[in-house]
Design a protein around this ligand. Sequence first.
Ligand SMILES: Cc1ncc(COP(=O)(O)O)c(C=O)c1O
Length: 499
Amino acid sequence: MFKHAQLESVKAWIGDPAHGALPLHVRVQRAIRQLILDGALEVGRPLPASRALAKSLGVSRDTVESAYSQLHAEGFIERRVGSGTFVSERVQRLPGRGKPRGMSVDGKATPRLSQRGRAMFNGGGVRDFLAPRPFAPGVPETRSFPLQTWERLERQVLKEYGTLALLHSPPQGMEPLRRAIADYVNLERGARATPDRVLVLTSSQQALTLCATVLLDAGDRIFIEDPVYHGARKAFDAAGLECVPVPLDEDGLRVDRLLEASDAPGEAPGAVFLTPSHQFPTGAKLALDRRLAIIEWARLRQGWIIEDDYDSEFHYASKPTACVQGLDPHERTIYIGTFTKSLFPGLRIGYMVLPPPLVAPMTVARTLLDGHSAPIPQLTLARFIDGGHFGAHVRTMRAVYAERRDVLARLVRQHLADFVEARVPAGGMQMPCLFIRDIPEREAVASAHRAGIDLLGLTGLYMSSNHKAGFLMGFAAHAPHELDAAVKRLAHVLGALCR
Ligand SMILES: Cc1ncc(COP(=O)(O)O)c(C=O)c1O
């Protein structure tokens, strides 16, 4: 027999609108199963006869019989002819019986995480700005994307490949896309790529995680720019690496400081993470002599250079400098690219150009993360690039973003000059602004957020404490009139903090 509270709990489960899509007998079965799993019905306990339970619940006897049959088939109950229905002995062995799984006794969700899991969770992840509110950094304009062209190419792919496009992709990526990427980075970025050295991934973020876990062990040192892209820092922290900050100047990473901080050649290989064509967040371009010195550093130590070339499509004054990977004859550089900024973030396609010996280990490792990237977007993107649409889109957006950068620089001068000084970047999608008054950065970011404005504070990007406070303002995703309105709103927010 059920106690009153148990009967009520079964009734509540059955009547819960969240379970409304389930047939009635399934709801009865799940409700009783939950009582057993929670330990409210102990082993050996008799269950009500089906006729009695049907009456108490106001359902037909067939409904209860179906529920009991399913519970019996799953091993939760035993049915003994002549004596009735009982909670099965087998239930004794269910893990975590007696309290809801993943819950503490007081009912609060307190899952026990590994140290690594806790570090990842406490780090907060990287997807800060999902809705493109002004001035979320790194978000492209998607409202003018040539969707009709994309749709036409996707239809072509489905027509040509038919149901073959529904199968798994090779984990390294579809060959047409690897070829298109290799041609693109060779032509536009001066890389040394071949299709068999390209690994198609879902993002740069995935590439960073793979580099951190496949090339280095927990406790190994990785040299990072200070300040650094937070997504890279978090991927390295999550892998248990020791991040060693190297300061920057206007020519990018201070190689003299890298050499000072490094072990002697032969002691520990190590790796260095760089955003050389447009340092995140300062915008500095790594000077050629420093690029060559870092390549030599990696050769002598058999270390790795991880080159994140995240927004080099958008340089406004001149062509960007060729990438480090193309200058490195010793194959110590891993080149990382993404279509998040050049096309759209929802595409989820990034890639690495790898030294040949790393292709197989990285490809096998990615099969453990997500198996492979989806074939239909890969094949559509390959056509988009081959058909010249990618080049045309980038050219169009480069002009749009250059104008928006100039508009934002002017607006900051007009409305925010009492608070910040803008560092107008030569490329990319965001503008660093440094406080010229004593304004608490964290409060400024939080107040702006409440006013519908997303800023990325600079302080969190530094490991050292010796730096100016301020924030990054993304300008790519909003039209001039939207930038105008948002800057005026931000002026109010900052003005209120100074009063
Ligand atoms: C330096 C840098 N690398 C990588 C990315 C992210 O690219 P993905 O979406 O491919 O992970 C960003 C995005 O803001 C970035 O700023």
